[in-house]
Design a protein around this ligand. Structure first.
Ligand code: AKG
Ligand code: FE2
Length: 225
């Protein structure tokens, strides 16, 4: 499977409405600091090389216990438009609607990814949420990653594998302030600081043909029992 296009990692201008998109004075050639107000967002486009990314995608597709979760819309239960999974430390649980949820235990492939992500983010992540977008009908609608369990300024470390998808940001106080990046195979997007206070994000559905995509968002969940 070939996922990485030669050059169009970011389509056209990364952002509309900002003069300077990428801070080029940064130490690593592969590290791009996005110029967004009220945010700390860094993008590493070649975090994993093509071969590593291909292998990771296949292994995770086969080994993760993908679940079809449901959500309530106007009182009606419908399938989430993606498959999901949650892995993490055993001593951790997450209370949701009065019930305790426990993560699946880490598997070696996830721990390998976690080590590399921990090192760059300088965080010891204790859980990862995985999303499988089977095709363009799958997506995730506008939200922030701001559950109380994630603490005041959550660090969200997001790895993308498989078909590239648009990742859109909109400012919570002025919705016409927007940003967008294409999350390509093997890339790493790191959101820190006050980002979740000011910006929502989404992966829009698309009628264009897109390859399946796996996303991993590493998180630190403070609540434990
Ligand atoms: O798939 C992505 O890149 C984003 C997923 C996401 O925002 C989430 O799981 O909270
Ligand atoms: Fe999110």
């Amino acid at each position: 499977m070939k996922h990485r296009p030669a050059s169009n990692a970011i389509q056209g201008d990364l952002f509309s409405g900002f003069d300077s998109v990428v801070d080029e004075s940064i130490e690593s050639r592969d590290k791009e600091v996005l110029s967004m107000p009220d945010a700390e967002v860094t993008f590493y486009r070649n975090f994993f090389n093509q071969q590593e990314s291909d292998e990771l995608f296949q292994t995770l597709l086969n080994e993760i216990k993908w679940r079809q979760d449901k959500m309530k819309i106007y009182g009606k239960e419908v399938n989430l438009p993606r498959k999901t999974a949650w892995y993490g430390d055993r001593n951790m649980s997450y209370k949701f609607s009065g019930i305790h949820l426990y993560p699946e235990p880490w598997i070696p492939t996830l721990l390998k990814v976690k080590d590399k992500v921990d090192e760059i983010a300088k965080v010891n992540f204790n859980s990862v949420l995985l999303n499988l977008y089977r095709d363009g009908n799958d997506g995730i609608s506008w939200h922030t990653d701001a559950e109380p369990e994630l603490g005041k300024n959550p660090v969200i470390a997001s790895i993308s594998l498989g078909g590239a998808r648009r990742f859109m940001f909109r400012h919570k106080h002025s919705r016409d302030v927007k940003a967008e990046i294409e999350l390509i195979h093997g890339s790493f997007l790191l959101m820190t600081g006050v980002t979740q206070h000011f910006w929502q994000h989404q992966i829009p559905k698309t009628s264009k043909y897109v390859e399946p995509r796996i996303n991993l968002t590493f998180r630190v969940i403070n609540h434990s029992c």
